[in-house]
Design a protein around this ligand. Structure first.
Ligand code: COA
Length: 166
Protein backbone atom coordinates (compact mmCIF):
# COMPACT_ATOMS: atom_id res chain seq x y z
CA UNK A 1 0.00 0.00 0.00
CA UNK A 2 1.53 3.30 -1.07
CA UNK A 3 -0.28 6.27 0.48
CA UNK A 4 0.50 9.84 -0.47
CA UNK A 5 -1.10 12.81 1.28
CA UNK A 6 -0.44 16.16 -0.36
CA UNK A 7 -1.85 19.68 -0.25
CA UNK A 8 -4.31 20.47 -3.04
CA UNK A 9 -2.66 23.27 -5.01
CA UNK A 10 -4.14 22.98 -8.47
CA UNK A 11 -7.61 24.01 -9.53
CA UNK A 12 -8.03 20.79 -11.46
CA UNK A 13 -7.22 18.71 -8.37
CA UNK A 14 -9.78 20.63 -6.32
CA UNK A 15 -12.43 19.75 -8.93
CA UNK A 16 -11.40 16.11 -8.56
CA UNK A 17 -11.76 16.37 -4.76
CA UNK A 18 -15.23 17.94 -5.17
CA UNK A 19 -16.34 15.01 -7.36
CA UNK A 20 -15.01 12.52 -4.82
CA UNK A 21 -16.64 14.41 -1.94
CA UNK A 22 -20.07 14.19 -3.59
CA UNK A 23 -19.56 10.46 -4.19
CA UNK A 24 -18.53 9.72 -0.59
CA UNK A 25 -21.19 11.92 1.01
CA UNK A 26 -23.96 10.24 -1.04
CA UNK A 27 -22.64 6.86 0.10
CA UNK A 28 -21.94 7.48 3.79
CA UNK A 29 -24.71 9.78 5.03
CA UNK A 30 -27.97 8.00 4.02
CA UNK A 31 -29.45 6.67 7.28
CA UNK A 32 -27.89 9.56 9.20
CA UNK A 33 -29.41 12.55 7.36
CA UNK A 34 -31.95 12.86 4.52
CA UNK A 35 -31.06 12.86 0.81
CA UNK A 36 -32.13 16.54 0.59
CA UNK A 37 -29.93 17.40 3.56
CA UNK A 38 -26.96 15.59 1.94
CA UNK A 39 -27.36 17.46 -1.37
CA UNK A 40 -27.75 20.78 0.46
CA UNK A 41 -24.53 20.21 2.42
CA UNK A 42 -22.55 19.04 -0.62
CA UNK A 43 -23.48 22.23 -2.46
CA UNK A 44 -22.92 24.49 0.56
CA UNK A 45 -19.64 23.01 1.82
CA UNK A 46 -18.05 20.60 -0.66
CA UNK A 47 -18.78 21.90 -4.15
CA UNK A 48 -15.82 23.22 -6.13
CA UNK A 49 -17.08 26.80 -5.64
CA UNK A 50 -17.63 26.37 -1.89
CA UNK A 51 -14.15 24.92 -1.37
CA UNK A 52 -12.54 27.61 -3.54
CA UNK A 53 -14.14 30.23 -1.29
CA UNK A 54 -13.01 28.38 1.87
CA UNK A 55 -9.42 28.21 0.60
CA UNK A 56 -9.27 31.75 -0.78
CA UNK A 57 -11.04 33.65 1.99
CA UNK A 58 -11.54 31.49 5.09
CA UNK A 59 -8.10 29.98 5.83
CA UNK A 60 -8.89 26.40 4.88
CA UNK A 61 -6.54 23.93 3.17
CA UNK A 62 -7.45 20.65 1.54
CA UNK A 63 -5.20 17.60 1.40
CA UNK A 64 -5.67 14.90 -1.22
CA UNK A 65 -5.14 11.26 -0.21
CA UNK A 66 -3.91 9.00 -2.99
CA UNK A 67 -3.25 5.27 -3.00
CA UNK A 68 -0.89 4.26 -5.81
CA UNK A 69 -1.60 7.65 -7.40
CA UNK A 70 -5.41 7.29 -7.36
CA UNK A 71 -7.45 9.79 -5.31
CA UNK A 72 -9.26 7.88 -2.54
CA UNK A 73 -9.86 10.45 0.20
CA UNK A 74 -9.44 13.99 1.36
CA UNK A 75 -8.88 16.10 4.45
CA UNK A 76 -10.00 19.68 5.22
CA UNK A 77 -8.12 21.66 7.86
CA UNK A 78 -7.95 25.17 9.24
CA UNK A 79 -5.71 26.76 11.91
CA UNK A 80 -7.75 29.04 14.16
CA UNK A 81 -6.49 32.33 15.62
CA UNK A 82 -6.11 30.80 19.10
CA UNK A 83 -4.52 27.46 20.13
CA UNK A 84 -7.06 25.40 18.17
CA UNK A 85 -6.65 23.58 14.88
CA UNK A 86 -9.90 22.63 13.11
CA UNK A 87 -10.15 19.23 11.45
CA UNK A 88 -13.01 20.16 9.16
CA UNK A 89 -13.20 17.10 6.87
CA UNK A 90 -11.86 13.52 6.97
CA UNK A 91 -13.26 11.37 4.18
CA UNK A 92 -12.19 8.09 2.64
CA UNK A 93 -13.77 5.98 -0.12
CA UNK A 94 -15.74 3.02 1.24
CA UNK A 95 -13.48 0.42 -0.40
CA UNK A 96 -10.38 1.92 1.25
CA UNK A 97 -11.68 1.87 4.82
CA UNK A 98 -10.38 -0.47 7.51
CA UNK A 99 -6.88 -0.58 6.00
CA UNK A 100 -4.97 1.81 8.27
CA UNK A 101 -5.30 4.80 5.92
CA UNK A 102 -7.43 6.75 8.41
CA UNK A 103 -4.67 6.59 11.01
CA UNK A 104 -2.16 7.91 8.45
CA UNK A 105 -4.60 10.72 7.64
CA UNK A 106 -5.07 11.63 11.30
CA UNK A 107 -1.31 11.56 11.92
CA UNK A 108 -0.88 13.98 9.04
CA UNK A 109 -3.50 16.29 10.61
CA UNK A 110 -1.61 16.19 13.92
CA UNK A 111 1.66 17.02 12.10
CA UNK A 112 0.03 19.98 10.35
CA UNK A 113 -1.40 21.22 13.67
CA UNK A 114 2.02 20.98 15.35
CA UNK A 115 3.63 22.83 12.43
CA UNK A 116 1.07 25.61 12.94
CA UNK A 117 2.05 25.80 16.62
CA UNK A 118 -1.37 24.66 17.86
CA UNK A 119 -2.03 22.57 20.98
CA UNK A 120 -5.55 21.24 20.36
CA UNK A 121 -7.19 19.65 17.33
CA UNK A 122 -10.99 19.81 17.31
CA UNK A 123 -13.72 18.56 15.00
CA UNK A 124 -17.46 18.28 14.66
CA UNK A 125 -19.05 14.92 13.92
CA UNK A 126 -22.70 14.00 13.49
CA UNK A 127 -23.91 12.40 16.74
CA UNK A 128 -25.27 9.42 14.81
CA UNK A 129 -22.10 8.78 12.79
CA UNK A 130 -21.16 5.91 15.11
CA UNK A 131 -18.14 4.59 13.19
CA UNK A 132 -16.47 7.98 12.86
CA UNK A 133 -17.10 8.72 16.55
CA UNK A 134 -15.52 5.33 17.44
CA UNK A 135 -12.49 6.04 15.22
CA UNK A 136 -11.97 9.47 16.78
CA UNK A 137 -12.40 8.07 20.31
CA UNK A 138 -9.92 5.28 19.61
CA UNK A 139 -7.45 7.87 18.32
CA UNK A 140 -7.69 9.81 21.60
CA UNK A 141 -10.30 12.48 20.85
CA UNK A 142 -12.77 13.17 23.64
CA UNK A 143 -16.29 14.58 23.34
CA UNK A 144 -16.29 18.04 24.88
CA UNK A 145 -19.84 19.15 24.02
CA UNK A 146 -22.84 18.84 21.72
CA UNK A 147 -23.83 21.43 19.16
CA UNK A 148 -27.01 21.93 17.15
CA UNK A 149 -26.29 24.43 14.38
CA UNK A 150 -28.86 25.88 12.01
CA UNK A 151 -27.36 25.70 8.50
CA UNK A 152 -30.36 27.15 6.67
CA UNK A 153 -33.18 25.69 4.53
CA UNK A 154 -34.64 24.05 7.65
CA UNK A 155 -31.59 21.82 8.20
CA UNK A 156 -29.52 21.52 11.37
CA UNK A 157 -26.18 19.89 12.09
CA UNK A 158 -26.58 17.76 15.19
CA UNK A 159 -22.97 17.24 16.22
CA UNK A 160 -20.53 16.26 18.91
CA UNK A 161 -17.53 18.50 19.25
CA UNK A 162 -14.45 16.39 19.94
CA UNK A 163 -10.95 17.49 20.93
CA UNK A 164 -7.50 15.96 20.84
CA UNK A 165 -4.67 17.42 22.92
CA UNK A 166 -1.37 17.30 21.05
C1 COA B 1 -14.05 8.23 9.20
C2 COA B 1 -13.16 7.43 8.27
C3 COA B 1 -12.17 8.36 7.55
C4 COA B 1 -12.34 6.43 9.10
O1 COA B 1 -11.62 5.60 8.23
P1 COA B 1 -11.71 4.01 8.38
O2 COA B 1 -10.84 3.40 7.35
O3 COA B 1 -13.14 3.61 8.39
O4 COA B 1 -11.08 3.80 9.83
P2 COA B 1 -10.48 2.44 10.36
O5 COA B 1 -11.47 1.35 10.25
O6 COA B 1 -9.13 2.25 9.74
O7 COA B 1 -10.33 2.80 11.90
C5 COA B 1 -9.33 3.72 12.32
C6 COA B 1 -8.83 3.21 13.66
O8 COA B 1 -9.93 3.17 14.58
C7 COA B 1 -10.07 1.85 15.09
N1 COA B 1 -11.50 1.57 15.23
C8 COA B 1 -12.43 1.55 14.27
N2 COA B 1 -13.63 1.24 14.80
C9 COA B 1 -13.43 1.04 16.12
C10 COA B 1 -14.30 0.70 17.20
N3 COA B 1 -15.60 0.48 17.03
N4 COA B 1 -13.76 0.59 18.43
C11 COA B 1 -12.42 0.81 18.61
N5 COA B 1 -11.55 1.13 17.63
C12 COA B 1 -12.06 1.25 16.40
C13 COA B 1 -9.43 0.94 14.07
O9 COA B 1 -8.97 -0.26 14.65
C14 COA B 1 -8.29 1.80 13.56
O10 COA B 1 -7.18 1.73 14.42
P3 COA B 1 -5.76 1.24 13.85
O11 COA B 1 -5.45 2.04 12.62
O12 COA B 1 -4.84 1.49 14.99
O13 COA B 1 -5.97 -0.21 13.54
C15 COA B 1 -13.99 6.63 7.22
O14 COA B 1 -14.77 5.66 7.89
C16 COA B 1 -14.88 7.50 6.39
O15 COA B 1 -14.45 8.17 5.45
N6 COA B 1 -16.21 7.47 6.70
C17 COA B 1 -17.20 8.20 5.94
C18 COA B 1 -17.01 9.69 6.10
C19 COA B 1 -17.09 10.14 7.51
O16 COA B 1 -17.97 9.77 8.27
N7 COA B 1 -16.12 11.01 7.87
C20 COA B 1 -16.08 11.63 9.18
C21 COA B 1 -16.96 12.83 9.17
S1 COA B 1 -16.72 13.75 10.69
Amino acid sequence: MSIEISKVEMDEELREVADLAAEIWRECFPGIISAEHIEYMIEKYQSYHAMTEQISNQGYSYLAVRECGKLCGYIGIKPEDDEHFFLSKLYLCADKRGKGIASAMLNRVFDEARKSGKSTVYLTVNRHNDHAVDVYRKTGFIITRQSVADIGNGFVMDDYIMEYKL
